[in-house]
Write a protein that binds this ligand. Sequence first.
Ligand code: SF4
Ligand code: SF4
Length: 143
Amino acid sequence: MITNNENRTVCSQCGGRCCKSGPCCYVPSDLNLENLDLVGLITKIELTGYISIASSAGFLYLRPKRKGGKILDFKMDGSTECSLLGPNGCLLSFEERPTGGKALIPDKDFKCKSTINERQLYKLWLPYQRLLRYAAESFIDEL
Ligand code: SF4
Ligand code: SF4
């Protein structure tokens, strides 16, 4: 569990640069994936409405949708902001936010660092690659 590290003063001065360069990312436990089968995951994605299946070099994971984004979204160019970024920051409470967002610690000089690295994220998502691939196949008509 990540302790609330919000700093709205610093983030409003920055203007939400991190969320404007694209959505952060979930880890499996954020969405209770350990207790979901394929139907459960597809249902969660459909009901939530703001989750997309993303890919980094062919490695699948879940993140919030980009603005105007679809469920299947393999674009990684940082050109579109997160759909959950509102005028006053993230629309989700700190507790509801993806771990990738919670792990980024606001820095007054805007040199914000994350407490979770790519390697850790890969390790966490590795056991779910098959589940995510099947889920992606079920949304293939979106492409
Ligand atoms: S976490 Fe850092 S990059 Fe993101 S809005 Fe706050 S200060 Fe800006
Ligand atoms: S979910 Fe919230 S913290 Fe994460 S990128 Fe979107 S607006 Fe930012």
